[in-house]
Design a protein around this ligand. Structure first.
Ligand code: MN
Length: 290
């Protein structure tokens, strides 16, 4: 099943080119914080039958007539996998540490950096820095997960999505901490939907692609990950409790490169789907310029 958030806080099931609104069965708290998808995921086993009934009862809306939002508008955590594909480590050369995820562990990015498919990525105004695209498989956690064994870890996954981990690169003299460089607003486009895990028999057999203005920049298999998805979940849950709606960005393959205002960036993952975002620069300069 493909689950979308659309037109603000509506939740839908996508079938072919139609969205079926199932918002009436989604648990609702106050409008803020917008954690309704986290609640739906948390109560999925209890609500799945109602979701299915609501989907059957409704009329489809053409997918191109709605505005898709990030499928988890407010994840509690976004966990990032650094240096998890060998050829990306090689291409980073001296800009990277040369070490891989087994040595580096993981990092966090700000949940406020999430944005939806079809939105705009906003780069700082008049920046002379390099901003790079990273093409990643996103894992959406389905339940409270602490100290899960590798062999049980995939049963804690609710579903999968496409994620761009956009990054301000370090320079020789400016080596800011990773969390900051990846946490600008709009730097984590995610979507177009969550494909539930029952439709992804093996997350290590997916094909990732990323295009900038129709030029293919990244192309790889998730089978090339150094630390596979199940082991990433075991690692993270050894440190912190993962919760429904948390997202793991599982690392980027090689081919990362610059994005500039005016670019269109498109991600696609086999069996899941894809989306594009437009790159613009901010209207005004921030108080601290990057
Ligand atoms: Mn990344």
């Amino acid at each position: 099943m493909k689950l979308v958030v659309f037109d603000g806080d509506h939740v839908g099931v996508v079938e072919e080119d139609q969205v079926f609104d199932i918002s009436q069965v989604v648990p609702r708290g106050p409008a803020w914080p917008p954690t309704f998808m986290n609640s739906l995921i948390h109560r999925w086993s209890e609500l799945a039958t109602q979701v299915d009934a609501a989907r059957r009862a409704g009329d489809g809306i053409p997918l191109d007539a709605v505005r898709l939002e990030a499928p988890v508008p407010m994840p509690g955590h976004i966990v990032g996998a650094p240096a998890n594909y060998r050829r990306h480590i090689e291409e980073m050369g001296a800009r990277g540490s040369g070490r891989d995820m087994r040595e580096l562990g993981f990092f966090l990015m700000a949940p406020s950096s999430v944005t939806g498919p079809g939105t705009r990525v906003v780069l700082p105004r008049d920046s002379v820095r390099d901003f790079h695209h990273e093409c990643e498989l996103a894992v959406v956690i389905g339940q409270r997960t602490k100290d899960v064994a590798v062999e049980d870890a995939l049963s804690h996954v609710f579903g999968y999505s496409c994620l761009m981990d956009l990054t301000m690169r370090m320079t020789e003299t400016l080596r800011e901490e990773r969390t900051m460089r990846k946490s600008f607003d709009t730097f984590t486009p995610m979507g177009p939907w969550i494909l539930t895990a029952d439709e992804v028999p093996d997350p290590q057999r997916l094909h990732l692609e990323l295009f900038v203005n129709d030029e293919r920049r990244q192309c790889a298999s998730t089978g090339d990950m150094i630390v596979p998805v199940a082991e990433q979940i075991a690692l993270v849950s050894s440190v912190m409790t993962l919760r429904p709606g948390d997202v793991i960005a599982t690392g980027t393959p090689d081919g990362v490169g610059p994005i500039r205002p005016g670019d269109s960036v498109r991600i696609a993952i086999s069996g899941i789907g894809g989306f594009a975002v437009d790159v613009v620069q901010a209207d005004t300069c921030a108080p601290v310029r990057f």
